[in-house]
Ligand binder design. Structure first.
Ligand code: F6P
Length: 535
């Protein structure tokens, strides 16, 4: 992180008053700190900021060469240096028919458009019933088998876009190598009516391949013929050889490329299950929403740029105010898996401890992201956010119009959202408590100090377009933070060690005579397990 620019930010923090005081002093505050883009409004006025502090934060972004780094990403430079790859998820949703994006001198856009068209034709034929199963039956169930980026995006978006989904089909997502996940799914479907999408960038991930093999075995047994696999299994992957080895015809493979990171892959062929659910024209609207936010991020001045401002506020809290986490609170049941989706996007990207030149960082990087939909969270963990000892900046996300109007439920939902941000910012003083007749001995418990920061993100309605824009908004926020923290946001080496060790442990769990060479705790756990399962 640029030390000189950061020191200026820190010095300016001394001039920040409480949120309550700053609102009282500036009648224009809400207007001053509100931004609009791609169908979303961001009100970031309830933060511990002043215009002067924001200026210092923009200066930090400039000093981190953010403008140049954004251009590098959009134009296919190999910014994922430890893997030698470009980072071009933005090309996947580039809706400009004349766009050219070069990687190693080759325009990737014709391939992007060809895969999209192939996905569109396939999803049309499944939805219309033209694609039939081995016994001639219509496909009624789609089971996506994948994990991490090959699961969380499709799961989140399938739930989010339920109002647009084909209601006479069912969609399942199997990710965990816990056999319960697959077993419970298979109990709910009939083989003759089920399509399996094996979604894996590498087609080597242990969990996905184990579940895919088990699903294939089940299907062959149920339908009594090996050749049934061709009508019930398709693949989404970058690895044609591995797909063919698994026994899926590569004609039924939907490709993507090494320049699409797993956690950024929802708008690639990884979104196939979603496209079948919502149809190709709604999927096109999702991409359009992403694209609108991409254009905003690439062109808007930092002062007016939603992802840049979200990122800078996050840095202010993580590095300036010592916040270790931030909370994502969607007041929309359709966004129930959005916090989990953000977890991978943010924590796998910026959970890094060394700078781009391989030196240990001397400041906090990616924060812990967590959250639940409102109002449910209000009745579980909000207590800690209001009165606990941790500072937890929160993003409240709301949609003005519901897809499911029932009485005044939506008004109540939104009233809670707005009231929470008000309570967190302004709190309640001891004097207010006393004026309400609170007995003196209860005053300390009923006092809220306030000054707890929140962002509010509002859209008109949750649609494919606004969902695409929301995802892109957070992707770019995470990108900006990685640039300022000077870490590589697009690799994930930290995930590898556990994967490698699991292979060795597995051998020891199943071997006739294991030679246990682990630490005493791991050895003991392995022996206990072996005894319990009779080995
Ligand atoms: O385990 C982490 C990870 O490498 C993620 O980055 C990725 O999204 C996930 O595994 C799944 O990988 P794949 O799509 O290759 O199966």
């Amino acid at each position: 992180m640029n030390e000189a620019a950061w020191n200026e930010v820190k010095a300016e923090m001394a001039n920040v008053k409480t949120i309550k005081e700053m609102f009282a002093e500036d009648p224009q505050r809400a207007e001053r700190f509100t931004l609009e883009a791609a169908g979303w409004t961001l009100d970031y006025s309830k933060n511990r900021i002043t215009p002067a502090l924001m200026k210092k934060l923009y200066k930090l972004a400039e000093a981190s060469n953010l403008r140049e780094e954004i251009e590098k990403m959009f134009t296919g430079a190999k910014i994922n240096e430890t893997e030698g790859r470009a980072v071009l998820h933005t090309a996947l949703r580039n809706c400009d028919p004349d766009a050219k994006v070069l990687v190693d001198g080759r325009d990737v856009m014709p391939d992007v458009r060809a895969v999209l068209a192939k996905m569109g034709d396939f999803s049309d034929s499944v939805r219309k019933g033209a694609w039939r199963g081995f016994t001639g039956k219509r496909i009624k169930n789609v089971v996506n088998i994948g994990i991490g980026g090959s699961d969380l995006g499709p799961v989140m978006a399938n739930i989010a876009l339920t109002p647009y989904s084909k209601r006479n089909m069912k969609f399942f997502f199997v990710s965990n190598v816990d056999s319960t996940h697959l077993a419970e799914t298979l109990r709910s479907v009939k083989a003759a009516e089920t399509l399996f999408i094996i979604a894996s960038k590498t087609f080597t991930t242990q969990e996905t391949m184990s579940n895919a093999e088990a699903a294939r075995e089940w299907l062959v047994k149920e339908l009594g013929d090996k050749s049934a696999v061709a009508k019930h299994f398709v693949a989404v992957s970058t690895a044609a050889k591995e797909v063919a080895e698994f026994g899926i015809d590569t004609a039924n493979m939907f490709g993507f490329w090494d320049w699409v990171g797993g956690r950024y892959s929802l708008p690639s062929a990884i979104g196939l299950s979603l496209m079948i659910a919502i149809g190709r024209s709604n999927y096109a609207k999702l991409l359009k929403g992403y694209w609108k936010m991409d254009k905003h991020f690439r062109t808007a001045k930092f002062e007016r740029n939603i992802p840049v401002n979200l990122a800078l506020l996050g840095i202010l809290y993580a590095n300036g105010y010592g916040a270790e986490t931030y909370c994502c609170l969607p007041y929309d049941q359709y966004l129930s898996r959005f916090p989990a989706y953000l977890q991978q996007m943010d924590m796998e990207s910026n959970g890094k401890g060394v700078t781009k030149d391989g030196k240990p960082v001397t400041y906090s990087t990616g924060p812990i992201e967590w959250g639940e939909p409102g109002t449910n969270g209000q009745h579980s963990f909000y207590q800690l956010i209001h009165q606990g000892t941790h500072l937890i900046p929160c993003d409240f996300i709301g949609c003005c119009r519901t897809h499911n109007p029932i009485g005044d439920l939506h008004d109540k939902l939104m009233a809670n959202l707005f009231a929470q941000t008000e309570a967190l910012a302004f709190g309640k003083t001891a004097e207010q408590c006393r004026a309400e007749g609170v007995p003196e001995k209860l005053v300390p418990f009923k006092t809220f100090e306030g000054n707890r920061p929140t962002n509010t993100l509002l859209c008109d309605q949750l649609t494919p377009e606004t969902l695409g824009a929301l995802v892109a908004m957070y992707e770019h926020k995470v990108f900006v933070q990685g640039v300022i923290w000077n870490v590589f946001s697009f690799d994930q080496w930290g995930v590898q060690l556990g994967k490698v060790l699991a292979k060795g442990v597995l051998k020891d769990l199943v071997a006739a005579k294991p030679e246990l060479k682990h630490d005493s705790s791991t050895n003991q756990l392995i022996l206990r397990y072996r005894k319990a399962v009779g080995r």
